[in-house]
Design a protein around this ligand. Structure first.
Ligand code: HEC
Ligand code: HEC
Length: 420
């Protein structure tokens, strides 16, 4: 499965169709070798300008100027002179200038679909309704006590807020549960991207021995087919099929349901032109998010989910044992790379990282700046970035969609719970 690990192009912090800045405008006397430096933000003050140029230079030295951004092995990270990096001593932050629609579009709007992209599946209401039931169905687990909702609670933003989840017999896997909200837009599913689609993903946990632990497809089908309402609903959801009750169709229905799990936020309103949808501080955070280079990796409508990137790109991440994307591709270049997570609802989806090892957002933001961008942020910058990240918390869908639906009773034929 040789899938390109970066589908999007041109999102790197330096590729923005922004102002063309020439080196003359710098006031620190250093020589810039770049003929032109494209900056994606309009910079008002000179100290800020120097500050940002340095961060852009850092990025460019890291190979972010050419694509695929971040996919190239980084040259040793240059350590910018501490004095130049120190944030300008301004008592009161300037009122933020809104990013232009072009800049916003560049970073956060979907790219036009690739030529070979498959059209999005058409989901019927019958499939969505069945998928909702199956999402909450504990009888899809060996001991009838774990459902998708156990680890991806829909009223808790699609996660369980545990570092590692409890599956069959309370067993823990080695990775943190990512949110199911907005997952449909991701380049691939799982931290290592081993499933291409939600359909492919949904079969995994049902048969995974530490998650729902069903022994095989036969047992899944025997369970569902033993309950008359399910037989009817599968027939309605997959009309004309000879064997509508199957693991594949269960996954297909769950995926149809998951595609409805989106969370529009104030940030979406801002993107559509309502500048008052974000507070001044949130807008400053957004500017900083782009200027610092977070958008090199966290981009697109889900502010992430568009590429695989190395954790510890510019500075090794301590204690990293998970091989990440390598597990799926067996390609050495992919060792330590993870599918960049979405940042939508990130304030609600902690703890963070593939292993759930980081508890709070300010710490996470500092670690990202340090290990992914070789940047040390001031407290004020961290506050602004965190304020922006919190603005990505969206509205959950209505209870009609995300509350547990009534589930049909078992029959004599339904296989019994098996605690072994
Ligand atoms: C025991 C806890 C547990 C259960 C039960 C569970 N999951 Fe997960 N889920 C996880 C973990 C952990 C991961 C990440 C695993 C990895 O990346 O290797 C994950 C990953 C996912 C992802 C990928 C999201 C992304 O951004 O990559 C989706 C979608 C998902 N699960 C949906 C489901 C569905 C649907 C079900 C029910 C059929 C389900 N899960 C059952 C724990 C669970
Ligand atoms: C070089 C790519 C890259 C850059 C640049 C980057 N990130 Fe990340 N970010 C990642 C990857 C990859 C992960 C997941 C790593 C893991 O789980 O091990 C991640 C995880 C996160 C998380 C945790 C999300 C979660 O659900 O676990 C937050 C928050 C975050 N990044 C914010 C930022 C901020 C803020 C910046 C800018 C200061 C930034 N990132 C810059 C690649 C990047």
């Amino acid at each position: 499965m040789a899938r390109p690990s970066v589908r999007r192009t041109g999102r790197g912090a330096l590729q923005a169709p922004g102002v063309l800045m020439d080196t003359e405008s710098r006031d620190d006397g250093a020589t810039l070798r770049h003929e032109t430096l494209r900056a994606h933000l309009l910079l008002a003050s000179r100290p800020m300008l120097r500050h940002r140029l340095l961060s852009l230079l850092t990025l460019s030295a890291l190979g972010a100027t050419t694509l695929p951004a971040c996919e190239r092995s980084p040259e040793p990270a240059p350590t910018p002179a501490p004095a130049a990096v120190a944030a300008p001593a301004v008592a009161k932050p300037r009122a933020p200038k809104p990013l232009t629609p072009e800049q916003l579009g560049h970073f956060f709007l979907p790219l036009p679909p690739a030529k070979d992209a498959k059209p999005a599946p058409k989901d019927t209401e019958a499939q969505v309704a069945l998928g909702r039931m199956l999402y909450f169905e504990p009888r899809l687990s060996k001991n009838h006590d774990v459902s998708c909702n156990t680890c991806h609670g829909l009223t808790t933003f699609g996660v369980d807020n545990k570092a590692l989840s409890d599956g069959h017999k309370g067993q823990k896997g080695s990775r943190n549960s990512p949110t199911v909200y907005n997952a449909a837009g991701h380049i691939a599913q799982f931290w290592d991207g081993r499933a291409d689609t939600l359909e492919a993903q949904a079969q995994g946990p049902i048969l995974n021995p530490v998650e729902m632990a069903m022994p095989d497809e036969k047992r899944v089908v025997a369970t569902l087919a033993s309950i008359p309402e399910y037989t009817t609903r599968f027939r309605e959801a997959f009309p004309g099929e000879k064997k509508p009750v199957s693991l594949g169709n269960a996954a297909r229905a769950i995926a149809a349901f998951e595609r409805r799990l989106t969370t529009p936020s104030r940030f979406n309103q801002y993107l559509s032109g309502r500048h008052d949808a974000l507070s001044e501080q949130e807008q400053r955070g957004l500017q900083l998010f782009a200027a610092t280079g977070c958008t090199t990796c966290h981009n697109g409508p889900a502010v992430g989910g568009t590429s695989f990137q190395k954790l510890g790109l510019v500075e090794d991440y301590p204690g990293l044992t998970d091989a990440g994307r390598f597990d799926a591709t067996k390609n050495e270049d992919d060792r330590g790379k993870f599918r960049v997570p979405t940042l939508l609802n990130v304030d609600k989806t902690g703890p963070y990282l593939h292993d759930g090892s980081v508890k709070d957002l300010p710490t996470m933001v500092r670690l990202m700046a340090k290990h992914q961008l070789a940047r040390t942020l001031t407290d004020a910058e961290v506050d602004d970035l965190v304020a922006f990240l919190k603005s990505l918390t969206g509205e959950l869908p209505s209870p009609e969609l995300i509350s547990e639906p009534p589930l049909p009773a078992s029959t004599k034929k339904t296989p019994k719970p098996d605690p072994s």
